[in-house]
Design a protein around this ligand. Structure first.
Ligand SMILES: C[S@@+](CC[C@H](N)C(=O)[O-])C[C@H]1O[C@@H](n2cnc3c(N)ncnc32)[C@H](O)[C@@H]1O
Length: 275
């Protein structure tokens, strides 16, 4: 089959599972041929080599496997991160959290922060690239994210300033921290997720407990107990009310929620009283 015929076949295969089957077919074929998409249109009568291997990629995508796991890479902010099964694919809304934290780091001239739940390294690596004087300790409880985040930190040459350690929340972190950032698992255990997320992305990165906000609340308590001034977290669209109630219960100096681009509540910054 030539490129034109192959694309037609692939977009038919992807019609049920993808919103933009033609586009995804082109992305997958470009990846398979190690060319960019413009090549496919310029040389559409060329025969496709290793067609069977390409068909396997299409089959995986038709079965709802996320594109990023198939190609092993995800675009995030201004970088390309290595990802694999077991590591959450970084989401565009997390870029808002980064911009918010970046403003605090800049204003307060912070140099020592931590991230809870490093995943692919998305948040810590972007922040380390933005601020050459910043040191970050990033934790995760799962081995695959720890391995992948280390590889990504090396790829972007920030591995001397992004220390990645295995730890529940901040249990193993002894540094004197000025700010903590986290995009923790915050979805309720029984929430019905789409197939591409539920069947492929790691449960440890998604589910925060029976209600969903259990880990978020524990993070707030642990960061407060460590005497850190700032905490910035991503959260679920329906968690503003319970988190407001929680902040009022435990007593914090200040809190402010932010929304994502679709106008949903998406996270907060909280500051604690220093003793
Ligand atoms: C939603 S993902 C976020 C990954 C990455 N920071 C991002 O924004 O793309 C949450 C991460 O937290 C990790 N995690 C879950 N429970 C944790 C805990 N108790 N302590 C530290 N990390 C945890 C998961 O393994 C996962 O990598």
């Amino acid at each position: 089959m030539n490129i034109h015929q192959t694309l037609k076949w692939a977009s038919e295969q992807l019609a049920q599972s993808c919103e933009r089957p033609q586009f995804e077919a082109e992305l997958l074929l470009a990846y398979h041929l190690k060319k960019d998409r413009t090549y496919l249109h310029a040389f559409d009568t060329k025969e496709v080599e290793k067609l069977e291997a390409f068909k396997l990629l299409v089959q995986r995508r038709a079965n709802h496997e996320p594109y990023e796991y198939i190609v092993g890479e995800a675009s995030f902010y201004d970088i390309e991160l290595k990802v694999e099964a077991g590591v959450l694919i970084p989401r565009p809304e997390t870029e808002i959290l980064i911009d918010l934290v970046a403003k605090i780091i800049e204003k307060e001239k912070l140099t020592q922060i931590a991230e809870i739940g490093v995943g692919s390294g998305a948040i810590s690596i972007v922040l380390a690239r933005k601020f050459p004087n910043l040191s970050i300790t990033a934790t995760d409880i799962c081995d695959t994210p720890l391995k992948v985040a280390k590889a990504n930190a090396q790829k972007y040459k920030v591995d001397t300033r992004v220390k990645i350690i295995k730890s529940n929340i901040l249990d193993e972190v002894q540094d004197d921290l000025e700010l903590v950032v986290s995009n923790p698992p915050y979805i309720a255990n029984d929430f019905k997720l789409e197939k591409n997320v539920k069947e492929y992305e790691p449960k440890e990165a998604l589910f925060g407990g029976r209600i969903g906000d259990e880990l978020l609340k524990q993070i707030v308590l642990d960061v407060k107990a460590k005497g850190v001034k700032y905490l910035a977290c991503e959260m679920g669209y329906d968690q503003k009310e319970p988190m407001t109630q929680f902040f009022n219960e435990i007593g914090v100096k200040y809190y402010k929620f932010y929304e994502d681009l679709a106008g949903f509540d998406r996270g907060f910054v909280v500051t604690f009283y220093k003793d």
